[in-house]
Structure formats: C-alpha cells, structure tokens
Design a protein around this ligand. Sequence first.
Ligand SMILES: CC(C)(COP(=O)(O)OP(=O)(O)OC[C@H]1O[C@@H](n2cnc3c(N)ncnc32)[C@H](O)[C@@H]1OP(=O)(O)O)[C@@H](O)C(=O)NCCC(=O)NCCS
Length: 329
Amino acid sequence: MTHDAYIRGLGFYVPETVVTNADLEKIVETTDEWITTRTGIKERRVAAPGQASSDLALGAAKAALADAGMQADELTHILVYTLTPDFYCPPTACLLEEKLGIRGKFAQDLNAACSGFVYGLETARAIVALHPEAKVLLCAAEVLTSRTNWADRRTCVLFGDGASAAVIAATPGRGSAHIIDARLYSDGSLGHLLTVKGGGSAAPLKLGDVVGPNFFVEMAGQEVFKHAVRNMVSVCEEVLAAAGATTDEVAFLIPHQANMRIIDAVAKKLSIPTERCVITIDRYGNSSASSVGIALAEARGAGRIQPGALVLLAVFGGGFTWGASLLRF
Ligand SMILES: CC(C)(COP(=O)(O)OP(=O)(O)OC[C@H]1O[C@@H](n2cnc3c(N)ncnc32)[C@H](O)[C@@H]1OP(=O)(O)O)[C@@H](O)C(=O)NCCC(=O)NCCS
C-alpha cells in the first residue's frame, strides 16, 4: 500500500462584497485603529444574500480542477469541511456534487472548525492510501457571517467568508505538492472556549423561537489566543522534527489567519521571519476552515511558491483542534 499523496490542484473563491473596518464603525462601537492594531484585519469578504457555503465551494472547486487539469467527473471523492453547512441535511458535499454536474461519488461533510483544511488533507491522504486510483476533491468552505453576531464587537470584526479547494491523488502531476507528513490533535475539554451552540441537538430551537446570542460564534478571545500560539508552535516543531527538517528550510509558513498577533507570535517562536509567512488576514479576516487553503492557493497562484519549496501549514480552531502539514512543491 502506498502512503504517498500529492496536491494536484489548488483553488480558492471569496465573495465580491468587501466590508471594511470603516463599514463596521457604523454598526458597532469600534474603530479601524482598534481592529487593525489588535487583529491585523483591514477588510473581509461577505457572502451575498442567498450565497451559501456550497456556492463558495463551487468557485474554489472549479479553480482547483482547472489548476489540476482535471474534469469534475474524474473525481472519486468529495469532502467538504465546514462549520457553516448550507443545511443540516442534505450534506453540503452532495449539494456541491450536484452543482459540479456529477453523480455517484463518495461525498461527505466533516467539521474540524478552523482546522478543517489541514484535517482534510490528512483525510484525503488516508483515502488515497486505501484507494490509489482515488481523485479526492477537498473543499473547506465557510459562510461564517451567517453565524456572526453583528451586535457583538468582540467577535463580529474578526470573521469573513470564503472557500478553498485542493485535488489530491496518489501520483504527482505538473506543479504538484507532495504531502510529506502531518500531525493533528484535539482537546475537547477546552471546547467551551469557542462555540456556536444554538440550533444544535444540545441547544435545539423550537418553532417560533427567536435566536439568542448562543446561535452565533462566542469566544473567550484571550484564552483562545494563548492556546492557538502554544499548540501551533509545538505541532509545527513536531512535524518538522519527524521529517528531519528545520525551520531554516521552510520556504513559507502558512498559518491559520485568525489574528496577525497570533501569526507574529508563532513565526517568532519558530524563528521564521514574517517575510516567509503568507498573510491574507488583512484582506479576508478569519474565514475559518478555508483560511489556510485560501492563503496557500493564492500564494501559489501568484508565483510565490516555487518548485522545490518546503511549505508548512499550521492550523488551530474550535474543539479545540490543531495541526500542521508539511508539503514539498
Ligand atoms: C478577540 C481578540 C482580537 C481580542 O483582543 P484582546 O487584545 O484580547 O482584547 P480584549 O478581549 O482583552 O479586549 C480589550 C478591550 O477591547 C474591547 N474591545 C473588544 N472588541 C473591540 C472592538 N471590536 N473594538 C473596540 N474595542 C473592543 C473590549 O471590550 C475590552 O474593553 P475593556 O477593557 O473596557 O473591557 C483576541 O483575543 C484574539 O484574537 N483572540 C483569538 C481569537 C481567535 O483567533 N479566534 C479564532 C481561533 S480559530
């Protein structure tokens, strides 16, 4: 059985509507100065009314398929990582399959909160190890603004919508990236620090209910911050050590885009200069599961990632979940 897996294509899609910090100043008591200095975010994208996670996933999937030089019908598996599915049922992966105009594939939704893209790479790697002929479409898609409380200045300034996609196969292609290794972790005892509870089976809604604050993202920001830095650093060190690589060899660190201060702290502790970090948070905010994939696809599309480059992805999210994946282009 082979354990090799390659990213054969990458793509991303963000909605057209831009919401700037100045726009947010009009709806909550905040300032561009506070948001910029505390988070690094200048603007974020917001889905249009009626635009759902499967629509964003479709844009990213088409771009990844074009990058891979593949037709949708060549796919065997569709994985959608999201914490904002279109519906509880049907799964967003099945809606995406239909929108891609294909049928009869293995399609499922999964949720690892903001760690979704890196969890998804590992799930895809496991699938191609079991089925060497597999062509797996991984999409991480979020309309997080559908679960954003626009009256809560502590959270509403942070999030944005977007989708990223990768096509994974057991054999390399032109410009592909070898998934060298990954490490993924979770700690459910800390799940209460970052939640979207309302409407779930433990906090159900009844006919006629008005949603309360727990319908939206709620977060103990400073606690999340500390765990994010500590865990992303340790998991990066671990995946590098397992591969016999050092941070000097890393061409790019691509961390989850949650807060510029988190990115700076992780990079500093790993001794990776900011110039070797891929940053999108200023333009897209925190787009949860999709963020690392968007940064990876955008950097590669812009020609920043050259053949031979070692790229380190690091993620952290609700659950808590966290992980790192090491790629060689
Ligand atoms: C959320 C976060 C930006 C807050 O930054 P912080 O420096 O920890 O700020 P605090 O929460 O301590 O708040 C400091 C003050 O700013 C205020 N504040 C919060 N949001 C504000 C906003 N948008 N505008 C202006 N003031 C704001 C707070 O009310 C508080 O005021 P007080 O001291 O009078 O009570 C930061 O904690 C963070 O990024 N945490 C990680 C979040 C994250 O990454 N989540 C997703 C992980 S996947």
